[in-house]
Design a protein around this ligand. Sequence first.
Ligand code: PMP
Length: 291
Amino acid sequence: MNAGERIAYVGGAFVPEATATVSILDHAVLYGDGVFETVVAWQGRIFRLDDHVRRFLRSCMAVALDCPVTEDRLKDLVMTTVRRNGLQDAYIKWILTRGSNGTPLMDPTGCVPNLIIMARPYIDRSSPTGLRVKTVAIRRPPGHVLDAHVKSLNYLNLVMAKIEARAAAVDQALMLDVRGRLCEAPGFNVFVVTDEVVRTPRHDVLRGITRETTMHLAAELGYQAYESELELYDAYTADEMFLTSTAGGLVPVVEVDGRTVGDGEPGPVLSALQNAYREALSSARWSTPIG
Ligand code: PMP
């Protein structure tokens, strides 16, 4: 391997990322069948790795996928991937595909799951001035159709939303469920702040690690913070609104469906939460050193 070459883990071995391959018979390729996690390393520490691993194992359980390595081995492999790529600030993704059973048929019998891990320099997805978002026609499916709690490779619903937002020349899509309640944005949870009360949708959303961190920090800062059934009204009348994700942190929203949120600038509650989040990211409290 050449110095400076990106390294990925696939099929049980570390290989140059450029030569890392997956079978065309892998059910991830054929059917979007698999689960994944995204974590970040910041100043040599991975944020809430244990919580991401736990959510990952729950995703595996929910879709009846056996993780081929133990929890400790998985953490070790993730850390090793970051180290081998010489990164301190990193965007890290691991994927468990259903694998292949040698046929292109949907029956998963005999499939051998394949763990893939990749790491690259931190990708900054923050937006200091804030996003313009739009509710889109496509809805988040209910849990009995495609469960949003599962971080699965089946993201077409979210990709469709992004395409719709792009066609409307806004920054991001805001997604509702089939009953019209606020859910999330593609790859992000959603928060509204009204009279300094912080609320986030309860149903048909991924239980985001950043969402949970935000709720925790909000409570620590003395704000009321809770999950709720939220409707468009709550977005249209919010004093502040923001999105959360591991890769993006807390991202302000300044416009929803052509309505300015608050005074059109990221607000004071978000600012307090962002400061607390930045501190949490590099503190020993929630992060694991890469070693
Ligand atoms: N919702 C969806 C659909 C996601 O894919 C993600 C992660 N990219 C999130 C919310 C945010 O979750 P987390 O804070 O754990 O990154």
